[in-house]
Ligand binder design. Structure first.
Ligand code: PLP
Length: 285
């Protein structure tokens, strides 16, 4: 149960960071969450690609290359010595003046948090979770584009709080035009009459690494899968709903707005994809 924190290449048990870091002051940072198998990072190249894309999108120049990240992660994972780890990679704008202009921040900070992973309990996968369609909207593309994974998650925090008030474990957000987008930290899939449907990038979502893999697995295994635009009400017709994410993997949804989805139990397509995803993970690492 060890946590180690790598700060710009030095490993600590605990870390304090300046309150003048714009990551703290304004959420001016980018990040990734990476899971492990046999304590080796899963899909690390894809995560580092997305980290670079997010940084580029906010004109944040990451001062280290991919090789540096690989090396530092390796030594931090060894130092933590967990059976499996939760890895968070954060790059902040760095310390600057106490105003929103990032030009005073000369040195981005790189933080790698490695901790013992808290996996979702088996009962979540056996029973499914409850979600609610909330009133908080996912940011539109021309605002803070949801495809940039920044440290500014307050919109999603508000959505999660609304879901909890409604008695659900997670929220599904629509965009300002009423089209389905995603969960607070996961992508959304639903099944209608045997077809797997998932909101397209133009709806305003994060291009989830698990989402990409699920789309590919579904295609390779003969499922009909479609990316598109669907109004929130379409979800009420779904026979199955599931969420995808690095730690969640493929999480079945049993109830939407307090009503059972299909039979109220994880559906066959969801369980099939969860199995295919687990098989792929064990083959890949
Ligand atoms: N959507 C949002 C808003 C997220 O924050 C995340 C993950 O944190 C995802 C989707 C799922 O992405 P991934 O599968 O890469 O973990």
């Amino acid at each position: 149960m060890t946590t180690k924190i790598n700060f710009n290449g030095e490993i600590f048990d605990e870390l304090s960071i300046s309150v003048m870091d714009h990551g703290f002051l304004f959420g001016d940072s980018v990040y990734e969450v990476v899971s492990t198998l046999n304590n080796q990072p899963c899909f690390l190249d894809k995560h580092l690609d997305r980290l670079n894309n997010s940084a580029q999108a906010i004109s944040l120049k990451i001062p280290r290359d991919r090789g540096w990240f690989r090396e530092q992660l390796k030594s931090t994972l060894v130092s933590a010595g967990n059976e499996e780890s939760y890895i968070r990679i954060i790059v902040t704008r760095g310390i600057g003046e106490i105003n929103i202009d990032p030009s005073s921040c000369a040195n981005p900070n790189i933080i790698l948090i490695v901790m013992d992973v808290t996996k979702y309990s088996e009962s979540f996968y056996e029973k499914g979770i409850q979600v609610a369609l909330v009133s908080i909207k996912r940011n539109p593309l021309d605002s803070l584009n949801p495809n940039i994974k920044t440290g500014n998650y307050l919109n999603n925090v508000l959505a999660k709080m609304e879901a909890e008030k409604l008695g659900a474990q997670d929220a599904i957000m629509v965009n300002p035009w009423g089209y389905l987008t995603e969960g607070t930290t996961s992508n959304l899939f639903f099944v209608c009459e045997g077809h797997i449907l998932t909101p397209s990038m133009e709806c305003g979502i994060l291009s989830g690494i698990t989402r990409e893999i699920i789309i590919q697995l579904a295609k390779e295994n003969g499922f009909h899968i479609e990316e598109g635009k669907w109004p929130g009400a379409e979800l009420l017709k779904a026979d199955e709903i599931f969420l995808t994410g690095t730690i969640k993997k493929v999480m079945p949804v049993s109830h939407l707005d307090g009503r059972p989805v299909g039979t109220g139990k994880p559906g066959p397509i969801t369980l099939n994809l969860l199995r295919l995803y687990d098989d792929l993970l064990t083959k890949k690492v």
